[in-house]
Write a protein that binds this ligand. Structure first.
Ligand SMILES: NC(=O)c1ccc[n+]([C@@H]2O[C@H](COP(=O)([O-])OP(=O)(O)OC[C@H]3O[C@@H](n4cnc5c(N)ncnc54)[C@H](OP(=O)(O)O)[C@@H]3O)[C@@H](O)[C@H]2O)c1
Length: 270
């Protein structure tokens, strides 16, 4: 249990869906002071010491927060930001909304004391996410440190100065877990095609990906070195890699996929 000095100060969490609740469980584990959560389904999660309301209008005037976290869908953000604007006070606003730029957030929240934008990813749900964050110029050290601590509760954090990099970040790590899940699907289906029983194919695909991921996390070597270490000349791995690494196979597909996702992120930005 965190000691009193280490408690995370009261927060206002706007949107407690997949990503909001993942962050909240990390903050609870770190020792989050009683805070307020706005979500249309206020009773969606297990009861805790926080105040859960369905609209910003239900929050007492004069409530003070150290940070306001925006975790709603970007397309619903304008209405939600207008509703919470009077509650922000001198809190830092941390937005994890994809595609909502610092300039767009500033237009919607002209009186906010400081704005930070971050892109987390879904392994945040088990504390294994990675978030990339960028602060508006003028955000003070204390506010930045608080945002860092909030994001760190869901995994690791990298800070950048150039907001434009959040588009390729979104393509690589924001959307990235989906690519790995696709690989699990494809490995499982291909194993079944080669005669493996369905349950064994599923287990092999999943545990190979999680095991290789853990090995990558534990190793100092580059991914390419780890790959070479399991590739014997003329062996089975090389037979598969000669297909996957052909110029028009994975190298082209992955580069094109990340390019497309980056472009899409730029197009959606507002
Ligand atoms: N999931 C990811 O992999 C991921 C990764 C990086 C960033 N993000 C960003 O994280 C944000 C949330 O994504 P998510 O996947 O967690 O979405 P989600 O599961 O749909 O969660 C959003 C939550 O906000 C609630 N909500 C809607 N309108 C609201 C309002 N006016 N005030 C307060 N709460 C409101 C929604 O309730 P209802 O369901 O009842 O509408 C829902 O519970 C998005 O902006 C997304 O771009 C997500």
């Amino acid at each position: 249990m965190a000691d009193q000095d280490a408690l995370i100060p009261p927060l206002l969490l706007v949107g407690c869906g997949r990503m909001g609740s993942a962050l909240l469980s990390g903050w609870n584990a770190e020792g989050l002071s009683p805070s307020v959560i706005i979500d249309p389904a206020a009773d969606r999660s297990a009861p805790d010491s926080h105040v859960r309301v369905t609209t910003a209008a239900s929050i007492q005037a004069g409530a003070r927060f150290a940070a306001v976290i925006l975790a709603i869908k970007p397309q619903l953000a304008d209405q939600a930001m207008a509703a919470v604007a009077p509650l922000i006070g001198d809190a830092v606003v941390l937005s994890i909304m994809a595609g909502r730029t610092l300039a767009g957030l500033r237009t919607a929240l002209p009186a906010a004391a400081g704005l930070v934008r971050a892109m987390p990813n879904t392994p945040a749900a088990i504390g294994k996410g990675i978030s990339v964050a960028v602060a508006e110029p003028g955000v003070g050290t204390l506010q930045r440190d608080l945002c860092d601590r909030l994001l760190r509760a869901a995994g690791s954090v990298a800070w950048i100065e150039d907001e434009a990099l959040l588009d390729p970040v979104t393509a690589v790590s924001g959307s990235g877990p989906a690519y790995v899940f696709l690989l699990a699907e494809l490995l499982e289906a291909a194993g079944r095609e080669q005669g493996l029983p369905a349950s064994l194919a599923r287990r092999l695909a999943r545990e190979t990906i999680t095991g290789a991921g853990a090995l990558l996390a534990a190793a100092d070597e580059d991914a390419a070195d780890l790959r070479r270490a399991v590739t014997s000349p003329g062996g089975t791995t090389q037979a598969a890699l000669s297909v996957l690494m052909a110029e028009d196979a994975w190298p082209r597909a992955v580069h094109q996929a990340i390019r497309e996702a980056t472009t899409r992120s730029r197009t959606l930005a507002s």
